[in-house]
Structure formats: C-alpha cells, structure tokens
Design a protein around this ligand. Sequence first.
Ligand SMILES: C[S@@+](CC[C@H](N)C(=O)[O-])C[C@H]1O[C@@H](n2cnc3c(N)ncnc32)[C@H](O)[C@@H]1O
Length: 226
Amino acid sequence: MVVHLEKVVPVGRTLDEYIKMFNLTEDDCKKFILSVADGPASFNAEGTKLGYKIKSVDPLYVFNSEQIKTRFYEVIDNIIKQVENTSHDWVWSYHKSPQNLRKNREKVISLFGEDYEQGKREHRYEIGDLPKLKYKDNEYELGLISHFLFLYSEHFNQQFHLDSINEMLRVCQEVRIFPLLTLNNEISPYLSFIIERLNNKGYRCNIEEVSYQLQPKGNQMLKIMK
Ligand SMILES: C[S@@+](CC[C@H](N)C(=O)[O-])C[C@H]1O[C@@H](n2cnc3c(N)ncnc32)[C@H](O)[C@@H]1O
C-alpha cells in the first residue's frame, strides 16, 4: 500500500480512551495485544510504560516521527475548527469542549512521538495494512481496532470489512472493534451482515456499551470471541 502523507490525518487517542472504548479490564491489559490501524495513538507508548505488551500496526509507520508530527500540525486547526462549527453534533461527556479535545490530541501526538523511534526499534510499531497481516495464527490474545473499520464504511466496502475481520480473527483469539458508526454517525450498513457471517462460522459476537463517546450514540463496541 502506498501512503501519501498529504492525504493522511494522523490524529490519535490516549490509553485512557482505549481502555474506555474497548472496556479493557486489568486482565485484558496483561494480554498480548495487537492494535491494528493504531496510527499516532499513545496507547502503545503509555501502555508500554505500564508493562503492557502491545504491538501497533499501521501503514502510517512508513513515515518518521517528524513527518507524522508535522502532518498533525498541518491538519489539527482545521479539524478543531470544523468540530467547533458543529459542536452541537458531538457528545462532550468525555472531552468537555473542542479546545480540550485539541489539548488531548496534542498530548497524544507528543507521547507517541517520544516513543515511536524507540518503539520501532523494539518492533512495537510495525508497518502493515488490512486485509492481510503478516502474523501467525493465534499469535495474539487480543486484537483491537479503533476508528477504522465501520467508521470508514464509505471508503472500504463490505468484502474488505469481512476479509479484514476474518484476518484479525486468524491472528488474535479475540477481536474488539470501536466504533460501530460511520462518519455520518449511522450504524455501519455492514454490521448486521458481518455479525451473521461470523455467527455462522461459530464465533460469538457481543455488542457492548462502553463509557467513551464523542459521536452521538457512538458508545457501542463489537466483541468477537472464538
Ligand atoms: C482515524 S485513525 C485511528 C488511529 C487510532 N486507532 C486511534 O483510534 O487513535 C485511522 C488509521 O487507519 C490507518 N489505516 C488506513 N488504511 C489502513 C489499512 N488498510 N489497514 C490498517 N490501517 C489502515 C491510517 O493510517 C490511520 O492511522
């Protein structure tokens, strides 16, 4: 996959957001975690400091820390301006305000940047893209994917979603996906088809409520167990 930096929006989330988005318990955090489409989140940076074993995968990791940070500062003003102009369309229970959201995202890119080059040397950040992953069957206990599948349903079709989720289930014993909404704040049109196909293959699918929310009604996470 060729990634064009000028088309990338490298905005990421914190460990606390990941814990809430995925209902992660203390036991979950002790698992071998594969976090796909992890982008410039600080989940890996913060989690590693606490002794968690997290591998992050993203096509973005072809770029170096300076390139990702520069791109972040090129796009963040415009993103926050758009959020401010539509602030009634978002839920502020977690972030409180657009300015707080900005502060949080700046904190994330800074924590990510401090950890990234060292993390790359330690193979905690690896270049990769769905629908194929280079890892072995069941190599990871828990697979997470935040703000990619379902969210970009207009850009990636149903088959891509199905192939990507099957691939994550090949590599991970359990997979969690958040959110279930598209960019238009509607439940992804692929969700029920995918759950039906996974149920037919013998996987157990639960939709769980979570305490994290920014999109209206965007407080649900799909947990898929073997
Ligand atoms: C909105 S960001 C989410 C980052 C992070 N998961 C978070 O929630 O903070 C979406 C990420 O998906 C990555 N991405 C794009 N195409 C991908 C693919 N085919 N496979 C895996 N990741 C992809 C992008 O590079 C980007 O970092």
